[in-house]
Design a protein around this ligand. Structure first.
Ligand code: GAR
Length: 191
């Protein structure tokens, strides 16, 4: 993904909830050396708490409830094209995009997932990890393809599992690592 002559590339961030990864992406994008700027936020939830970060930072945001997913995806694609967005970053976005949408933006959609993929795809990750004998969990930034949490890995960070961990404590420690990992991944894939 080529940076345009010293200019930061535009990214869109898709959220459904808290938006702490969105918050950190906005924070890191403001660094002079960062290669991206958050141009658009998409949420499938009207009251997603994470929308506050778009509002606070005067970033355009749109809500599509995905009840009519195909037509919402067409609208999003048009918007993304119109705004010359080069990359879509899923950050706690809990809808599964259609194959058609993914193909239309092929190789330019990435996601963050709270496990060391290919282990523990899908939901309830931390619960599943704690029911295993694994010593480490972690987080992964990966390209999105038509199979859930299965695209090529860009970067991962390991987090040690403690004997005292509950899904909540593990989730908290991993989330702190996610916050650094997402920007790192972006700076790797944008030249
Ligand atoms: C993050 O832990 C992210 O990895 C996870 O949801 C959380 C969103 O937090 N995503 C998934 O589980 C996707 N399968 P945030 O809204 O505070 O960024």
């Amino acid at each position: 993904m080529k940076k345009l002559f010293g200019k930061k590339i535009k990214i869109a961030v898709f959220i459904s909830g808290t938006g702490s990864n969105l918050k950190k992406l906005i924070y890191f994008s403001k660094n002079k050396k960062s290669k991206f700027m958050v141009d658009l936020v998409i949420s499938n939830k009207r009251h997603a708490p994470g929308l506050i970060y778009a509002k606070k930072n005067k970033i355009n945001y749109k809500i599509y409830d995905f009840k009519k997913q195909i037509s919402d995806e067409i609208k999003i694609l048009n918007l993304v094209k119109k705004r010359k967005i080069k990359l879509i970053c899923l950050a706690g976005f809990m809808k599964i995009l259609t194959e058609k949408f993914i193909k239309k933006f092929d190789g330019k959609i990435i996601n963050i997932h709270p496990s060391l993929l290919p282990k523990y795809k899908g939901l309830n990750t931390h619960f599943k990890v704690l029911n295993s004998n694994d010593k480490y969990s972690g987080c992964t930034v990966h390209y999105v393809n038509s199979k859930l949490d299965s695209g090529k890995v860009i970067i991962q960070k390991k987090v040690k599992i403690l004997k005292s961990d509950t899904p909540k404590t593990l989730q908290k420690r991993i989330l702190l690592e996610e916050h650094k990992l997402y920007s790192k991944a972006l700076n790797i894939i944008i030249d």
